[in-house]
Design a binder for this molecule. Structure first.
Ligand SMILES: NC(=O)c1ccc[n+]([C@@H]2O[C@H](COP(=O)([O-])OP(=O)(O)OC[C@H]3O[C@@H](n4cnc5c(N)ncnc54)[C@H](O)[C@@H]3O)[C@@H](O)[C@H]2O)c1
Length: 248
């Protein structure tokens, strides 16, 4: 896969899957702009990655935060080829246990970050008639995993963005796809499993025929393929990386 001179923005870069996506893209020479609210971790990661790396600490659920991220990318590299909307994270609980705040937080983290970053980057991709936009969705939208209704409302919105935008911008050579993982072995999940305090985690693994969580690198590999020039004819898809937990 050729990524010569490509520039990617990765949101939610400071943590689990985001870090793995940055590593996968950096190892093939992509220059990166990392966005997150966790400044120290971002800087730490930037110091470990090869290539040219810019970091931006901002709240991407706000239009102003997305503007800062995209502005910094254009100021440093003059172009953006790839946007990975990975920022998110669940507030997982039974639906009636949510408060207005936790519902808002769920939508902010998972849907508004993706909406603002995509809307802000698109005018630039349109001028160059090239773009690869990848969302991280969730397989729980397909299988209705326990306690995921609020989270699925946000991730379902992301899946919906994928199809609508793919049709609208197909002729401009900008593709939009979602990678939808089942439970993933991020450091946070690994730590929680060690403490045996959250039975839901084992339930989430129980629905996976492969019998284990996905590895972060397995999710990142699919993202890297969809970000490549070779994936030009793949658009509007929600692609599960789920060990078979939903099929078709
Ligand atoms: N871990 C899993 O099992 C799993 C499964 C399916 C989908 N996902 C999705 O994959 C993505 C990455 O998951 P993860 O487990 O690595 O999550 P995580 O919670 O470890 O990391 C998410 C990152 O997004 C950042 N973020 C959240 N809101 C933000 C905002 N408003 N502005 C800027 N940054 C913000 C956080 O600071 C954090 O660094 C998320 O979208 C998550 O919903 C995760």
């Amino acid at each position: 896969m050729s990524f010569k001179n490509k520039v990617a923005i990765v949101t939610g870069a400071a943590s689990g899957i985001g870090q793995a996506i940055c590593e996968k893209l950096a190892e093939v020479g992509v220059n990166l702009v990392l966005g997150d609210t966790a400044e120290d971790t971002l800087k730490d990661l930037a110091g470990r990655l090869p290539g040219q790396i810019e970091t931006v600490c901002s709240d991407l659920s706000k239009e102003e935060g997305a503007n800062r991220l995209v502005g910094a990318a254009l100021a440093r590299f003059g172009t953006i080829d790839i946007l990975v909307n990975n920022a998110g994270g669940g507030v997982i609980r039974p639906f009636l246990d949510h408060t207005p705040e936790t519902l808002r937080e769920t939508l902010d983290r998972n849907l508004w970050t993706a909406l603002w970053c995509t809307r802000t980057v698109l005018p630039h991709m349109l001028t160059k008639k090239f773009g690869r936009v990848i969302f991280i969705g969730a397989d729980s939208v397909r299988n209705g995993l326990w306690q995921h209704a609020g989270y699925n409302a946000a991730k379902g919105g992301v899946h919906g963005l994928t199809t609508g935008l793919a049709r609208e911008f197909a002729a401009d050579d900008i593709t939009f796809n979602t990678v939808a993982p089942c439970i993933v072995d991020t450091p946070i999940v690994v730590e929680m499993r060690k403490q045996h305090t959250i039975p839901l985690l084992e339930d989430a693994i129980g629905v996976v025929p492969k019998g284990r969580p996905a590895q972060t690198a397995e999710v990142a590999s699919m993202v890297r393929y969809l970000a490549s020039e070779e994936a030009a004819f793949v658009t509007g898809q929600v692609i599960s990386v789920n060990g078979g937990s939903t099929m078709l």
